[in-house]
Design a protein around this ligand. Structure first.
Ligand SMILES: NC(=O)c1ccc[n+]([C@@H]2O[C@H](COP(=O)([O-])OP(=O)(O)OC[C@H]3O[C@@H](n4cnc5c(N)ncnc54)[C@H](OP(=O)(O)O)[C@@H]3O)[C@@H](O)[C@H]2O)c1
Length: 291
């Protein structure tokens, strides 16, 4: 039986991917920093393993006997370095396949540091000699619930983002998880890059949808970089300066209209069209009405 290691298993995507893999016959190892906080992930075919990207000694056990690695690397400034370390050990340990989470628009020339990091990490995986599949999702719809601007929107009823009137690709993490499970449990997909896109919306369209579905008036305010910086500095997410700068660059890439791409890859992998924002909002209605 195949053993699949999922890193950052407590992340929004990691958690939903493990839920999908629970329905299959593969053996899953969920790599978590704090196993005592991740008991909800355990199932008949899912075991927890202590794993910290910053503690190299935890890599060895986590990779022992692993056939496939689903690689989610957290948003940290040394993400390329930790990617090199885990991919190098994966090669030594005989891992046969890496499925790497990347981001839509990953490009070494991007104006966004986050998208340049993704491009660098993709190169590390491509050059490893291990068979790979790269998944590049658009913006998670879940950011409107759990993200920094989601917290703000849901508490004050105003979505504040420096993204102008641009259309931005929005994808439901449940769809990404289904696509990832399909890539991990079916044959094929060798050395492919998939753009996992939903439909694209302006933030004005999103707040109109949310207002109609929740019955609560939610408005969009197109803010300046300075206002976005102040908002992130004051947020309970405890954002550090490098992260604030990286997020502002990414918002600008969105504002420049560079995150509007649509691809058939997601539909081809999950056998249905992507979830619309309206469907997502109906399913998560209570999250948008809690103040
Ligand atoms: N959010 C989006 O719209 C979006 C879209 C496309 C791609 N992505 C990519 O998705 C990736 C993950 O981003 P995210 O927004 O989901 O969450 P994130 O904040 O980057 O990562 C959170 C996850 O990483 C784990 N983690 C953090 N530091 C760790 C460490 N030292 N060792 C082991 N695990 C560690 C956390 O575990 P704990 O539970 O222990 O804290 C948590 O599970 C990034 O590469 C991002 O670029 C995100």
């Amino acid at each position: 039986m195949n053993t699949i290691l999922v890193t950052a298993a407590t992340s929004v995507l990691g958690t939903q991917l493990i839920e999908k893999l629970k329905e299959t016959h593969v053996k899953v190892r969920a790599a978590v920093r704090n196993p005592s906080k991740a008991a909800h992930l355990i199932a008949h075919n899912v075991e927890l393993i202590h794993f910290d990207f910053d503690i190299i000694a935890t890599y060895e056990n986590a990779l022992d006997g692993v056939d496939k690695l689903f690689l989610i690397v957290p948003l940290v400034p040394h993400q390329v370095d930790i990617t090199r370390k885990i991919v190098k050990l994966a090669k030594q340990k005989g891992v046969k396949k890496i499925v790497k989470l990347s981001g839509l628009g990953a490009d070494p020339e991007s104006d966004s540091q986050i998208l340049r990091w993704h491009a660098e990490k993709e190169e590390v995986v491509k050059k490893s000699g291990i068979s790979y599949t790269i998944l590049r999702p658009g913006n998670y719809m879940q950011n409107y619930v759990y993200g920094c601007y989601g917290h703000c929107m849901n508490s004050i009823g105003t979505l504040k983002l420096p993204q102008g009137e641009a259309k931005i690709n929005q994808v439901d993490v449940a769809d990404i998880a289904q696509a990832a499970a399909s890539v991990l449990t079916n044959f094929g997909h060798k050395d492919k890059i998939y753009n996992l896109t939903g439909y694209s919306y302006t933030n004005m369209e999103i707040v109109d949808l949310l207002s109609n579905i929740t019955g609560r008036q939610i408005i969009y305010e197109d803010i300046s970089h300075e206002e976005a910086r102040a908002m992130m500095q004051g947020c309970k997410c405890n954002n550090q300066e490098w992260k604030i700068n990286a997020m502002i660059e990414l918002h600008q890439v969105c504002k420049d209209g560079l995150m509007e791409a649509y691809s058939m890859d997601l539909k081809n992998l999950i056998g249905k069209g992507p979830t619309t924002f309206a469907e997502f909002a109906i399913e998560h209605k209570s999250a948008f009405t809690n103040t």
